[in-house]
Design a protein around this ligand. Structure first.
Ligand SMILES: Cc1cc2nc3c(=O)[nH]c(=O)nc-3n(C[C@H](O)[C@H](O)[C@H](O)COP(=O)(O)OP(=O)(O)OC[C@H]3O[C@@H](n4cnc5c(N)ncnc54)[C@H](O)[C@@H]3O)c2cc1C
Length: 423
């Protein structure tokens, strides 16, 4: 692997045959997460593909000329031509491999795959999921000198990383951007010394034997496992939803509201998230129509009062979406009045869906005791029915799901685990 400056780019990259280039920055957690993966793949693919690193902050002109606007960004060249995907953010090993494999003959891919040596590492505790619950557990375990590893399929932070402002997390007088709070929590736990395996593919979870396999070849064994995989948005499962997900239909206002400046959008849902996010979207959009299945909103009174007082927000009650269609840039939502059966089609520039969450338990729900909604049952020490397995945060069966309650769960589980290990 070679580190180069922009004046070497022509020679080393454009005239260099097959090249993978990593634009990185300092003080960049996703760059740190990528570095060992890039290094490891350089060892495996080094005879076929050249691996190059460029420090983006000192080579800005080159980065800008290649439309590289964030760190890390990995791009691929073959004989001076850009090939494959531009990878950014929490870059997974599997995405790097997919692009590298596309650059070389199949028989070489086979050869390289045979050379991958599986690894096994052992820890006292493995935390699956790096949202507020998992990060807090990691912090307490680290401060108690428990050898822990935190595994996340994305970058740490969880749901708060994509929440625009958090005003109810104690200790901050001003509302905090969600990604900053996520950053503070993640850095505090990392600086303490917890090991991170983030932006990985989790390919196997065996709770009975306390084994988790990441990126197919890396086996992590532990004495205890803390499940902290949180929750994800629920889908409506209405025709057209899958087709237009990310292309007309969004589940994240923080991520997408900015694209609707002076546009009209439809928000589906009537709970806290729907109403708070509609309020946020109203900073950009000119009109928001909230479609709600009941005759009243479910959000808290404060959020409701704000929404009713917002002249940009309009409401259609007792109605459910039945189909999504798209024509050009316009979305068409067919809604049905649940009492009269009357159908109507509404036109908008975009749709946001906020109809609740579901626990992320797909990989390991088999032997766990769950409640009727699929959330993991625990005792008050956060212990599940499987010995040595704990569950914290939003995936746990409980009444209130907030950052503070996830953080509290993480604290309790970590203290309980530490005591058990000490005994
Ligand atoms: C739009 C929105 C606004 C919100 N606003 C607030 C607010 O203002 N105040 C408040 O207190 N709460 C708020 N919440 C709720 C709060 O974000 C959650 O209660 C909290 O994040 C739960 O933390 P957690 O650690 O349980 O899970 P999460 O935050 O969901 O984190 C789970 C982590 O696990 C990872 N993961 C998932 N599956 C796997 C897997 N198989 N293997 C490994 N890792 C995995 C995910 O990538 C993620 O990083 C909001 C939520 C949303 C969606």
């Amino acid at each position: 692997m070679k580190e180069i400056k922009q004046n070497e780019f022509d020679q080393v990259v454009l005239k260099g045959g097959k090249v993978a280039v990593d634009f990185y920055s300092s003080e960049c957690p996703p760059c740190e997460a990528l570095a060992p993966k890039f290094e490891n793949l350089a060892e495996l693919y080094g005879e076929e593909v050249k691996f190059v690193k460029i420090f983006r902050q000192e080579n800005r002109e080159l980065a800008a000329s290649l439309d590289v606007n964030g760190s890390p960004t990995v791009i691929f060249f073959d004989n001076g031509k850009l090939v494959g995907e531009k990878l950014t953010g929490g870059i997974k090993r599997s995405d790097l491999i997919k692009n590298l494999n596309a650059m070389i003959p199949d028989e070489k891919v086979k050869e390289i795959t045979q050379n991958i040596k599986p690894t096994v590492s052992e820890y006292d505790t493995l935390i699956l999921g790096g949202g507020p619950g998992g990060l807090t557990a990691g912090l307490y375990l680290c401060q108690a000198r428990v050898n822990s590893v935190l595994v996340d399929t994305m970058l740490p932070g969880g749901q708060i990383a994509t929440t625009h402002k958090i005003s109810n997390y104690p200790g901050f007088i001003e509302p905090q951007p969600g990604f900053m709070l996520a950053h503070y929590m993640s850095e505090q736990t990392k600086i303490c010394g917890a090991k991170y395996k983030v932006a990985v593919d989790v390919t196997k979870v065996d709770l009975e034997n306390k084994i988790v396999v990441v990126d197919e070849y890396e086996t992590l064994k532990a004495k205890k496992i803390i499940l902290a995989t949180g929750a994800s948005p629920r889908y409506l499962n209405v025709p057209g939803e899958k087709e237009y997900k990310g292309n007309g239909i969004s589940y994240c206002a923080t991520c997408d509201a900015k694209y609707f400046h002076d546009k009209e959008v439809i928000v589906i849902g009537g709970g806290n998230t729907a109403i708070e996010e509609a309020e946020f979207i109203s900073k950009f959009a000119s009109k928001i129509t909230i479609i709600h299945q009941f005759d009243k909103l479910q959000a808290n009174m404060e959020a409701q009062e704000k929404a009713f007082a917002n002249p940009k927000i309009h409401f259609i009650f007792d109605s459910e979406p039945r189909a999504f269609e798209k024509n050009g840039n316009k979305m068409f939502v067919t809604i049905e009045h649940v009492k009269t059966g009357e159908k109507n089609t509404l036109e908008s520039d975009g749709v946001f869906v906020f109809v609740g969450m579901k626990p992320n338990t797909e990989l390991f729900s088999d032997h766990l005791t769950l409640d009727d909604w699929g959330y993991v049952k625990t005792n008050e020490d956060m212990q599940t029915n499987i010995d040595g397995v704990y569950a914290v945060g939003d995936l746990r069966s409980k009444k209130y799901r907030q950052i503070t309650t996830a953080v509290a769960d993480g604290t309790i589980a970590a203290i309980a685990v530490t005591r058990e290990l000490d005994n």
